[in-house]
Design a protein around this ligand. Structure first.
Ligand SMILES: Nc1ncnc2c1ncn2[C@@H]1O[C@H](COP(=O)(O)OP(=O)(O)O)[C@@H](O)[C@H]1O
Ligand SMILES: O=C(OP(=O)(O)O)[C@H](O)COP(=O)(O)O
Length: 399
């Protein structure tokens, strides 16, 4: 933001306020919303008017909701009114942007309401989308503060830097510089605790970690663990297999098997917390009758013993269905073990971060809480992030 003129301009600011959402559509954790206040405040203090864009969830998922509640929460943290615009690239949004006065803030609705936003493609292609062509002419500059979405080559992330003066926001800058500084490939043992539901992203991350020999041990939870359990030939029972099938996770079994046969240091749970007709119990991994909802107590204890020996621990994605209080224990256990251990701890992912005890005062010299999950891990595993590549293209094209 120090490299381009951001004074008294109209600025399009891409943030990532994608947050964990309860079954009834309420925001469960506002960490990501709070994180962007620093960038927004700086832009407003320099006389800019700011239009925010972000996604929430994915079409078809329960957490794919409007950003109206996000605007209310952001207004509280910012201490300024954030006007929610019930539109994205239509005439109402464009007129509101044109009329926006200095030092005011708008938040457009969920950017993934625009079908183009779900397409992954190079910056040159996305610069020609309706989304970019409708919005870019209304702005003087584009700032990308969405580190947590930096791994997505989608229009709102990579399409604008080729057509507007662009810069990284303060959250993006802080994450990239902090992670580059703290993540020393030489430190070992390095343990990765990988859970959650984005299994297609996570297997790609694990393949990178194994190929580059970055991880000394990978402890799995969530749906990631179930993939590797199936790959190991374990019988998870038809109910769990149906869930995995519906999510397209079973198609990843060959890749998981290849990783296991290559000797990748991947651990899977020895027991699970399951739900059966509404009741919760624990079952050994070789006799699963219920629907898997969390790792079991024995697994949590074993994982915790590994974690406490690590020099670096990276955790991303919860061990269980943390939207339900009954299935938070696995995630809480591994987080507790990491924070009590002697190693450096990096915690990422919207859902995993939401499990942290808000009251705990964490030692910033040994803990980095990232706003990113998949983006964090792909960055640590050595992949180039499309958002950063697009910003560097912008600098080249400007010069
Ligand atoms: N065993 C499980 N079965 C189904 N969903 C799970 C399970 N464990 C975790 N999840 C889901 O994973 C989701 C979070 O995954 P992900 O987005 O990858 O994590 P993060 O946001 O921390 O990166 C949560 O919605 C949670 O309900
Ligand atoms: O929550 C996010 O990623 P994460 O689940 O890896 O933390 C980002 O907002 C990206 O969301 P996406 O994975 O739907 O593109």
């Amino acid at each position: 933001m120090d490299d381009i003129d951001l004074h008294s301009k109209k600025v399009l600011l891409r943030v990532d306020i994608n947050s964990p959402v309860s079954e009834n559509g309420k925001i469960l954790d506002d960490s990501r919303i709070k994180a962007h206040v620093v960038t927004i405040k700086e832009l407003l203090n320099n006389g800019n008017s700011v239009v925010l864009i972000s996604h929430q969830g994915r079409p078809g998922d329960k957490d794919f909701i409007s950003l109206e509640e996000h605007a209310k929460i952001l207004s509280q943290h910012l201490g300024e009114e954030v006007t929610f615009i019930d539109d994205v690239i239509g005439p109402y949004a464009r007129e509101s942007i044109k009329k926006l006065e200095s030092k005011r803030v708008l938040l457009l609705d969920n950017i993934r309401l625009i079908s183009e936003e779900l397409i992954e493609a190079p910056p040159q292609q996305h610069a020609k989308t309706f989304l970019v062509r409708k919005l870019a002419p209304l702005f003087d500059a584009y700032v990308n503060d969405a580190f947590a979405t930096a791994h997505r080559s989608q229009p709102s992330i990579v399409g604008f830097p080729l057509v507007l003066p662009s810069a990284a926001g303060r959250v993006m800058e802080r994450e990239v510089s902090a992670l580059a500084r703290i993540f020393n490939p030489e430190d070992s043992p390095k343990i990765f605790v990988l859970g959650g539901g984005k299994v297609h992203d996570t297997i790609r991350i694990i393949e990178n970690l194994v190929r580059r020999r970055i991880a000394d041990r990978i402890l799995t939870g969530g749906l990631v663990a179930e993939l590797f359990a199936v790959a190991k030939g374990m019988n998870l029972n038809p109910k769990n297999m149906e869930i995995l099938e519906k999510l397209g996770i079973l198609s990843l079994v060959p890749r998981a098997r290849k990783l296991l046969l290559s000797g990748a240091p991947i651990e899977i749970p020895v027991d699970y917390k399951v739900e059966n007709n509404g009741s919760v119990s624990e079952e050994p991994s070789n006799r699963i009758n219920g629907i898997i909802k969390d790792i079991g107590t024995t697994t949590a204890e074993i994982y915790s013993s590994f974690i406490k020996e690590a020099k670096v621990v990276v955790l991303r994605g919860p061990m269980g269905v943390i939207e339900d209080e009954r299935f938070k224990d696995g995630s809480k256990s591994v987080l507790k073990a990491a924070l009590e251990g002697q190693g450096y701890v990096i915690i990422g992912g919207g859902h995993m971060v939401s499990v942290l005890d808000k009251g705990s005062n964490l030692d910033s010299s040994k803990v980095h809480i990232s706003t990113g999950g998949g983006a964090l891990l792909l960055f640590l595993s050595g992949e180039k992030l499309p958002a950063l590549e697009a910003l560097s293209l912008s600098r080249v094209s400007k010069s």
